[in-house]
Design a protein around this ligand. Structure first.
Ligand SMILES: Cc1ncc(COP(=O)(O)O)c(C=O)c1O
Length: 378
């Protein structure tokens, strides 16, 4: 089945005993053994749960991977992925990535003996040079980046990673398998905050990993069971329910984002606009090669922090909040919200200024959204 059909039928055909079209929620913590040495396939829900397993199989199929794993949050998924590495290993990481991933690496990654080097992963030469550093065992790429929407060339990075025999992980939160399948471009593992577009309704926190090959999937399943940050059965069901409309939601997110980008591009109060869907954006051509769409996230700069504060205080349709990827349009101030834990010198180096505003464009009528921004900017 094609991606859209898989999405529409997420969780269906999985309960032959009843024929349930919607996957049932199995809250059971433990499962009765038929006899000593026998199992129904389920023993204890931390290890495997029927509802979570269907979600995990669904995301694996959507991504073209061999195994999917569901976690309590996106950061729990990133944390599990980092446990694939050993003390002394170093990772090359996208420099303007989600601030929580940065905080996790700098605190708990380092305390586990890992080292991290941050690089502009949209710059192939910079990545190639940085890979020559000693001890690099992994490449972790966020694409497009949060919040500057930079686009890395997934296939080109895969060939660099393959040459050095290092693990290649891609955080595909912004595009999801509805628009991009990084494993097809050579990634070993995809990472998701399913809290965002996959969940899509601002009503659940979840994370997912998908491993390309079974050996890696087995190692991640061991980590998931041993560290225990699993997704519960109710959230697993809610996520399956949300997946059914992912492709439709993303289409509308993008239509609205394009309309807003076109409005902002011609606005005298906007100094820099980051949206890879615009033909003038540096990431446009690369993203066109590796994705079915450009997504619903954009960011822009205004003249001063005072203008940012005015926007946050004055919007009436957008909500001032710290997330993305759901039906409601949100406006975020990355410097003091999502990326507050990045040191000031890093923020400055990557261009995360006090004039930068991020929009997660939702599913409202675009005239309401543009009218809101137009009124506020005037
Ligand atoms: C790109 C990206 N990856 C990972 C995360 C972490 O996900 P969660 O908030 O579900 O832990 C986020 C959260 O905003 C994100 O934007």
């Amino acid at each position: 089945m094609k991606t859209d059909s898989m999405l529409a039928q997420a969780g269906s055909r999985q309960d032959p005993r009843t024929g349930a079209i919607a996957m049932p929620i199995h809250p059971s913590a433990a499962f009765q053994h038929p006899a000593l040495g026998q199992s129904t396939g389920f023993d204890y829900s931390r290890t495997s749960n029927p509802t979570r397993l269907v979600l995990e199989r669904t995301i694996a199929a959507l991504d073209g991977g061999s195994r999917g794993l569901a976690f309590a949050s996106g950061l729990a998924a990133v944390d599990a992925a980092l446990r694939l590495f050993s003390p002394g290993d170093a990772l090359l990481i996208t420099e303007d990535l989600y601030g929580g991933t940065f905080r996790l690496c700098e605190n708990f990654g380092r305390s586990r003996g890992l080292d991290f080097h941050y690089v502009d992963t949209a710059d192939l030469k910079a990545v190639s040079a940085a890979l020559d550093r000693p001890g690099i065992k992994g490449l972790f790429v966020e694409m497009p980046t949060n919040p500057l929407l930079k686009v890395a060339d997934l296939a080109a990075l895969a060939s660099l990673a393959r040459k050095r025999r290092i693990l290649y992980l891609v955080d595909n939160t912004f595009l999801t398998p509805a628009l991009c399948r990084p494993l097809e471009f050579g990634a070993d593992v995809t990472v998701y905050s399913a809290t965002k577009y996959l969940g899509g309704h601002n009503d659940l926190i979840a994370g997912l990993l998908v491993a390309k090959n079974p050996e890696l999937g087995e190692r991640l399943a061991f980590i998931q069971n041993a560290a225990g940050a699993i997704l519960g059965p109710f959230e697993s069901w809610l996520l399956l329910r949300s997946l059914k409309t992912l492709h439709l939601r993303l289409k509308r997110h993008e239509e609205n984002a394009r309309a807003i980008a076109a409005f902002l591009a011609g606005h005298p109060k906007i100094s820099r606009l980051h949206y890879p869907g615009l033909p003038s954006d540096p990431g446009h051509a690369t993203l066109g090669k590796q994705a079915r769409g450009y997504g619903g996230m954009l960011s822009f700069e205004v003249a001063s922090r005072a203008v940012v504060e005015h926007i946050l205080a004055s919007v009436r349709v957008f909500l001032f909040a710290e997330s993305l990827g759901a039906t409601e349009s949100l406006v975020t101030f990355p410097l003091v919200q999502t990326h507050a834990d990045m040191p000031a010198d890093v923020q400055q180096r990557i261009g995360l200024t006090e004039r930068l505003v991020r929009l997660s464009v939702g599913l409202e009528d675009p005239e309401d959204l543009i009218g809101d921004l137009a009124g506020v900017l005037d």
